[in-house]
Design a protein around this ligand. Structure first.
Ligand code: SF4
Length: 360
């Protein structure tokens, strides 16, 4: 597996700092299903769980009521819906949200193998049956993409990867997928904080295709692989042109430059199991103080921009989900950097090559 751009040039102490991972630990058992249906219901009945908490992502909140009713009727278990939509794959119902539950049903995500969970869990990945591989391959070929392509996909569209690979092969194109590290459950999978399935094959391909929707994953991928990244929407059969990686990087570097004079830093920590980098936060605080800067840790679960209003700080560094600094930065009144960007701002890492924040 190749390192992301910039990793090789890191000073060893910075590499050790940035490679710190959320704590691992043993988890209760988990079961994985493609969709809500009889196999899921049968497994819940078989395991004898009587009280469930159901967690859904924002895109499925409209269906949560009906899904809870289906679960209850099919299993006889008590079902409570976690009112807070799931933030991402490493966000499980909190102890309070799961009060009284003896198992959780988690929709829209795969397990993250190295993130501990508090309760037995039924993951329902909500795999999509949609997408015509022949039509998608035609779209890729007509757009003139290079013949050696790498691919990553969001979990809902992983079943399309094999048929699309074959459809492209019939048209003289090679589609490669890679196997990521212990944070990814499947080859070709990507998380917003982990693109190791792509960096594993980046040297062998001339461009990447992200199979899915939304901009968060392709932007992260473009930061990591330094190859053109196209977005292929499998249901609409639309192909977006490659992102301008140079512009993305320059925007972040400008932000870093703006923070060079920051004296008072707030270091954000989330206690979500898969984002909890308290040791890294403590090390960043120590680095800041060693340089005569002021730094304090701000602890949270799911960060709300309102939580940081009125704070007497010049800039924040976010050790939680990279989406907070990269996607939601405009929601905050002060600049929000990632940990590598913070090290750039205080002069411990060069601006080039730009290093993306990843979890492993
Ligand atoms: S850290 Fe963010 S991108 Fe990574 S799994 Fe958690 S929610 Fe998803």
């Amino acid at each position: 597996m190749t390192d992301p751009p910039g990793a090789a040039s890191l000073p060893p102490e910075a590499a050790a700092l940035l490679d710190r991972v959320p704590s691992e630990g043993a988890s209760p058992p988990a079961w994985v299903f493609a969709e809500v249906g009889p196999p899921l219901f049968e497994a819940i009945r078989r395991e004898g769980f009587r009280s469930l908490v159901l967690q859904v992502p924002a895109g499925l909140v409209r269906n949560a009521h009906d899904l809870a009713a289906r679960l209850r009727e099919a299993t006889g278990a008590r079902v409570v819906v976690a009112a807070r939509p799931c933030f991402g794959a490493c966000d499980f119902p909190s102890r309070d949200e799961a009060a009284g539950a003896d198992a959780e049903v988690l929709l829209g995500h795969a397990p993250i193998p190295n993130v501990p969970r508090p309760l037995p869990a039924f993951f329902v990945e909500m795999r999509s049956a949609g997408g015509d591989p022949e039509a998608l391959a035609e779209t890729v070929v007509r757009a003139g993409l290079p013949s050696r392509l790498g691919l990553v996909a969001s979990i809902q569209h992983l079943d399309l990867v094999g048929p699309l690979t074959q459809a492209l092969a019939r048209r003289g194109r090679t589609l490669e997928t890679g196997t990521g590290d212990r944070r990814l459950a499947y080859p070709a999978q990507a998380l917003g904080c982990n693109y190791t399935s792509a960096s594993a094959i980046a040297e062998r391909v001339d461009a990447f295709v992200f199979l899915g929707t939304g901009r968060f994953h392709p932007i992260g991928l473009a930061f990591v692989v330094d190859r053109p990244v196209y977005s292929l929407d499998p249901l609409q059969n639309t192909l977006d042109p490659p992102l301008d990686r140079g512009a993305l990087v320059r925007r972040r570097q400008l932000l870093v430059a703006r923070c060079r004079d920051a004296r008072r830093w707030g270091v954000i920590v989330s206690t979500f199991a898969g984002q909890d980098r308290r040791p890294m936060a403590a090390a960043l605080v120590a680095r800041a103080r060693a340089r005569g800067l002021e730094a304090e840790v701000f602890a949270t679960t799911r960060l709300d921009p309102g939580d940081l209003e009125g704070r007497d700080v010049d800039a924040f560094v976010n050790t939680a989900c990279p989406r907070i600094a990269l996607d939601d930065a405009e929601l905050y009144a002060r600049p929000m950097l990632t940990p590598p960007e913070f090290l750039m701002a205080i002069g411990e890492l060069p601006l080039e090559p730009y290093r993306f924040d990843t979890f492993h």
